[in-house]
Ligand binder design. Structure first.
Ligand SMILES: CC(C)(COP(=O)(O)OP(=O)(O)OC[C@H]1O[C@@H](n2cnc3c(N)ncnc32)[C@H](O)[C@@H]1OP(=O)(O)O)[C@@H](O)C(=O)NCCC(=O)NCCS
Length: 172
């Protein structure tokens, strides 16, 4: 059953349930041989998520709203570094979806210590794989200007057939 037994002492059933949701990340994406695990569930600790967002330079958000966003996401994938009893969130991506045709990706982040080693590519490939498994074929996202190339390499197109993303914000 592995390391998670330590997180659930005396609670074998819960540890087994948890173990089912974790998958080891292939070693070639783990710099310096860290133990990395891909986790597929919405129950990510909001504090850990906001720490990761903070580490990549994003503003912190109200925890209550982040929790709602996670609960209402169609897919939440996270990557955890595990060392003995210690675990830390080092990668994250989530998708909202109508469950049939469309999905949109949000909060894609890899901790700076783990960037540039292919982990972001791996996480995106797993996200796309999960969405394709659900027969969703239209996957969109809003890329920060400096990461357009990262997404282009994954097969995303900017403005396909001239289609523009448009936004509405409340007036200040
Ligand atoms: C964008 C991000 C998720 C990429 O994750 P990563 O693990 O560093 O990406 P990878 O190592 O898989 O990189 C794949 C390729 O994209 C390139 N790339 C990654 N981030 C890039 C960036 N910010 N600018 C330009 N190219 C980038 C890499 O150089 C790499 O190219 P290579 O294969 O020729 O070396 C990560 O850098 C990150 O979390 N950035 C801060 C948060 C952010 O901007 N998120 C996206 C919001 S839209």
């Amino acid at each position: 059953m592995g390391f998670w037994k330590k997180w659930f002492p005396g609670r074998e059933a819960q540890a087994a349930e948890f173990a089912k949701k974790f998958r080891p990340v292939p070693a070639n994406f783990a710099p310096d041989r860290q133990q990395l695990y891909l986790y597929r569930d919405r129950d990510v600790d909001v504090g850990e998520l906001e720490d990761l967002c903070d580490a990549v330079g994003w503003a912190r958000r109200p925890p209550r709203k982040v929790k709602i966003a996670l609960q209402n996401s169609f897919l939440v994938l996270s990557v955890w570094e595990v060392r003995g009893n210690y675990k830390r969130l080092v990668g994250f991506a989530r998708a909202t979806s109508d469950g049939a045709f469309n999905a949109t990706l949000w909060d894609v982040a890899i901790h700076p210590k783990f960037q540039g080693k292919g982990l972001g590519t791996y996480l995106m490939q797993e996200t796309i794989r999960e969405l394709r498994k659900a027969e969703i074929s239209n996957i969109s996202l809003f890329a920060d200007g400096h990461v357009v190339e990262f997404y282009r390499r994954l097969g995303f197109l900017a403005d396909p057939e001239g289609i523009k993303g448009m936004f509405w914000y409340p007036s200040p």
